[in-house]
Design a binder for this molecule. Structure first.
Ligand code: FAD
Length: 818
């Protein structure tokens, strides 16, 4: 019977209270600085448009749950959503979005300009090229929902303290114990900050930087519109679909016979929440902390555009306008999760009304059963690297997100700014070779090298890649094919420095990895084990490579900061519970660097610069040894991320430049090239590697993902083991597809159809340069096995593909392709 304090009674806090209470938790107090009836946060003025479809499956599923919950509470006006295109680019984008809807199970229809006009009579049809209609979208009655949730949870025993600001958080020995208020301390075992855009201030109370920025966003109501008169009941009634005109950063809904117009086209208007002062005891619709003075000059372009799009507005004026505050984040996602160093302190912030109930359910599931049914890895607080929570970074990237909120963004598009935050020690060499850098996790990562362009002249015909359409050709060059060719036929150097590396050390290191991982890592010093980390329900948290450096030390390649946070937290728990099995998890990524030296000529290269023996006899596959390369101390892992012979060679950052130069010089007679991520990803997919976060997520178990070989039969126990028993007969599987026409590239997240019905979706894709056709890994019903013909929807076009045996090509026992 844990004592829970929830800070904030907006749509998120009220839903969290409800989701916890309905799971049997009893001892819950909600502390709200404003009056409960209208607390004055973002929810208090939210127009409540719920457009469910998103490129992210997670966000779509969270929205879907919110919609159905609000509908069941009679707090949802399911008028549908209509997104229109006024430019050819947007029309294409709507086709892409239509694909996401099919992938994630939302009914949606692409409609003509005529149908848009008949569905939405006030539209100026001449401006419209077409639209996307989603009948299940609609308007959340957010304020009403909060009132009902407060009433319902109060009856179930939740205590509400209103007009009570939380002024501090109490803690002892790394655990929260309560919250401070002017009326005294409220004791708690778990504190959940649902403080919306005040999240930064609450985070500061526990030394936790929260990567969100409060920004003002303009919303106006027009005077009464003749064409709407008599259509709708009540001042907030609406019957027309909600309308999005994203080409001009605008959206519309009805409020009775008035129009409501929201605008994202203005300059970002950041706000410091602490400067808003104390929330008054009486809040009104027009006087609340989250509502700032309207700045009409910022709205001018929106008003002109609106009067053109909806000519009926020409007879109206702006009756009421305000700049309303809500949260933006560096990547546009929400921020949810536990403080990495203070047990029991949770945040659930930067959440739209659209995702509120879904997110609250997910959090309640984590707290009550340890895991959310929806994969939350893209929403977790710990996904951000240290440099990404710095206030300047948060400010710049969040403002950029505001500007781009309705923009068409290519999946590979890098941030324009800030850039060059994290660079590997090989950066200047890469620049000299004409690296085309894309940004990921604040790292600069080469995707190909212009210096390799001359290789295209000698590229054999069967390696020539297909022409790409304009969308797939973005952030791509045919040079990538030449880099893949050279890797398979000579040797290439890949910069692996940004791949996160940890050391796990101490007398409890083996125990930690044995306890959390599926595979047996208690193997001789010098071996490398691929192991999955599962949650208690048997689904995959991550996949990691653990290299045993000595009896008590592992160097572990992981997937990102979430893994670091999880392993660190589990290590702390272990140290507390079994002090003799203490263990330390350290992130060594920034202080080290790593080169993948791969290709049939790799042994020639390394043999020239080291007296150590790297032959397969001396260092077999999946083994590691410490060595020297022209004096540079290195850890050499006999692993291949591309299926060719070679090694991951790691050293400290200070020696990185020398390591690169030494290998580069030694490699010249063997035809060494520097190669980028595009080629590496393609070669990696060809030999059947699966990527955490793209191929599989926390929704999937090892049997579904085809990774059951990582489950060691000799291990007595590990997290998730018991749950695996019930998962041995999956109903869906990750399958390898190849595209039949050998040229049509797909990009990921597209729906897969069989006999006209959407049966799954594409997870990961690449052009398989070695096999000369595109590869796509897709989630499909288990019965759709090898040889099955399917269709992938790509911008409304159906592309034929076939389920093939996996991997697309076999890597030989020496790591080389047969
Ligand atoms: P809030 O509603 O802000 O609640 C946080 C609560 O925490 C507040 O009540 C606050 O008083 C309380 N609090 C803060 N600090 C303390 C403290 N120290 N002690 C005690 N209590 C504290 N979203 C959509 O999905 N669709 C839309 O159409 C939409 N339109 C929008 C239009 C505008 C103009 C704006 C501004 C936002 C819009 N949003 C929309 C976003 C949406 O309103 C918010 O994301 C959402 O309401 C946030 O809910 P919340 O519960 O997290 O935050």
């Amino acid at each position: 019977n844990q004592r829970v304090v929830i800070i904030g009674a907006g749509i998120v806090g009220a839903n969290v209270a409800d989701e916890l209470v309905s799971r049997g938790w009893k001892n819950i107090t909600v502390v709200e600085q404003g009056p409960i009836d209208l607390p004055g946060g973002s929810t208090s003025h939210a127009p409540g448009l719920v457009f469910q479809t998103n490129s992210s499956k997670t966000m779509t599923l969270l929205a879907k749950y919110t919609m159905s919950k609000l509908l069941s509470m009679d707090c949802f006006n399911q008028v549908g959503g209509l997104e229109i295109a006024t430019t050819p680019a947007r029309l294409e984008e709507l086709k892409r979005k239509h694909g996401w809807a099919a992938s994630w199970g939302i009914e949606a229809r692409l409609i003509s300009a005529e149908e848009c006009a008949s569905m939405y009579p006030p539209l100026n049809k001449d401006m419209v090229l077409g639209g996307l209609h989603i009948p299940s979208d609609g308007l959340a009655l957010a304020k009403d929902a909060v009132r009902l949730l407060v009433q319902k949870t109060r009856e179930a025993g939740v205590r509400y303290m209103d007009s009570t600001p939380v002024t501090g958080i109490e803690q002892t020995q790394g655990r929260v114990t309560g919250v401070q208020t002017p009326n005294g301390t409220v004791e708690a075992d778990i504190v959940i900050s649902c403080a919306g855009f005040w999240g930064v201030e609450i985070g500061a109370m526990v030394g936790l930087p929260i990567p969100l920025l409060p920004l003002a966003h303009q919303y106006v109501k027009t005077s009464s519109v003749q064409a709407l008169k008599g259509r709708n009941k009540g001042p907030n009634g609406a019957t027309l679909p909600m309308l999005r005109h994203q080409d001009q950063d605008l959206y519309y809904r009805e409020h009775g016979d008035q129009y409501g117009i929201g605008y994202y086209g203005h300059q970002p208007l950041p706000v410091v929440a602490a400067s808003l002062g104390i929330t008054p005891k009486e809040v009104t619709d027009h006087q609340m902390p989250s509502r700032m003075e309207f700045t009409p000059q910022d709205f001018d372009p929106a008003w002109k555009e609106s009067q053109t799009l909806l000519p009926a507005l020409q007879q109206t004026e702006i009756a009421d306008g305000f700049n309303g505050i809500f949260s933006f984040t560096p990547d546009g996602g929400p921020v949810i999760g536990e403080h990495p160093k203070l047990d029991g302190f949770w945040v659930a912030e930067a959440i739209w009304v659209t995702h509120s109930a879904g997110m609250a359910r997910a959090l309640a599931e984590i707290l009550t059963v340890g895991r959310s049914t929806i994969d939350l890895s893209g929403c977790e607080l710990s996904r951000f690297e240290e440099v990404q929570v710095a206030p300047d970074y948060v400010r710049e990237t969040s403002m950029q997100n505001f500007v781009e909120v309705y923009d068409i963004i290519h999946p590979l598009a890098p941030k324009e700014s800030p850039r060059n935050i994290r660079v590997s020690p090989f950066h200047s060499q890469q620049q000299e070779l004409g690296a085309y850098f894309l940004e990921d996790g604040a790292w600069e990562r080469p995707h190909w090298f212009e210096a390799n362009a001359p290789l295209l002249d000698s590229l054999p015909a069967r390696w020539r890649p297909a022409e790409r359409d304009a969308w797939a050709a973005q952030h791509y060059s045919p040079i990538c094919a030449a880099e893949a060719w050279k890797t398979r036929t000579a040797v290439a150097m890949y910069d692996l420095s940004p791949q996160k590396r940890l050391t796990i050390s101490g007398p409890g290191a083996v125990h930690l990895l044995q306890r959390l991982g599926t595979n047996d890592v208690d193997t001789p010093v010098g071996t490398i084990t691929y192991t999955l980390l599962l949650d208690t329900h048997g689904t995959i948290r991550s996949d990691v490579w653990a290299s045993r450096i000595d009896e008590t030390t592992f160097q572990v390649r992981v997937n990102g900061n979430l893994d670091f946070a999880y392993l660190s937290q589990e290590a702390r728990k272990q140290c507390r519970q079994s002090p003799n099995k203490w263990v330390l998890v350290s992130d060594i990524t920034g202080g080290t660097c790593c080169i993948g030296l791969w290709g049939p000529n790799a042994l020639d290269v390394i043999s020239k610069v080291s007296d150590d023996d790297f032959s397969d006899a001396a260092l077999p596959y999946s083994h590691v040894k410490l060595a020297r390369i022209q004096g540079v101390p290195v850890a050499v892992m006999r692993l291949s991320q591309v299926g060719e012979q070679g090694w991951e060679i790691c050293t400290t950052a200070d020696c990185g430049r020398r390591l690169w130069d030494v290998l580069w010089q030694a490699g010249q007679p063997s035809g060494v090239i520097a190669a980028g991520r595009n080629a590496m990803h393609a070669l990696w997919m060809e030999v059947g590697f699966k990527g955490y976060g793209t191929d599989m997520t926390r929704e999937h178990d090892p049997y579904q993902a085809g990774l059951e070989f990582t489950i060691a039969s000799n291990k007595a126990d590990f997290v998730g083991k018991a749950a695996l028993e019930k998962r041995k007969n999956p109903t869906r599987r990750l399958r390898c597809l190849t595209v039949d026409d050998r040229t049509s590239v797909v990009m990921g997240k597209e729906p897969v159809f069989v006999e006209g019905k959407a049966v799954g979706y594409v997870a990961n894709t690449a052009f398989g340069y070695t096999i000369g056709k595109p590869i796509a890994y897709a989630w499909l019903p288990v019965e759709m096995g090898e040889g099955r013909g399917v269709e992938v929807e790509y911008f409304e076009r159906r592309i034929k593909a076939t389920v093939t045996s996996e991997p697309a090509i076999e890597a030989g026992s020496d790591g080389g392709v047969k």
